[in-house]
Design a binder for this molecule. Sequence first.
Ligand code: SF4
Length: 140
Amino acid sequence: MTMDRRDTDESPHPGILRKKGFEFGFDPEACAACAGRCCSGDPGRIWVSEGEIAKISRFLGIHPVDLVHTCLYRVDGRLSIREVPADDGFRCLFLESGRPARCAVYPVRPRQCRTFPFWDRYRGRGRLLAEECPGIRNPD
Ligand code: SF4
């Protein structure tokens, strides 16, 4: 899950994305050598909104109802992308393996994916996150 630059702040270091309130930076170039570790591993939720469902189904050329039935599941009244078993646990249904791994819906991926790694749960936990994501910079 790589960030969109429009979701970040200016960085004094070219190429390194920063976001106010986060102690670490993120280098999107690292994704080129990664197997999609942010889209696989422990099971989790990949939330999608109605607007995102419309965009993804249009991108894939399928009806939104079919997308919901085949690729999503409902949890606590919300919809999440299904995961499938992978070597390191589970991976998002849309993650195609390889180096770099490829997201089959990358141009229309959900906001949750676009804003990684600047999630509230990682605030102050850059060092821990750096063990998972090779793109984390200056986690101190
Ligand atoms: S939708 Fe794409 S970016 Fe988001 S978790 Fe799935 S493979 Fe990763």
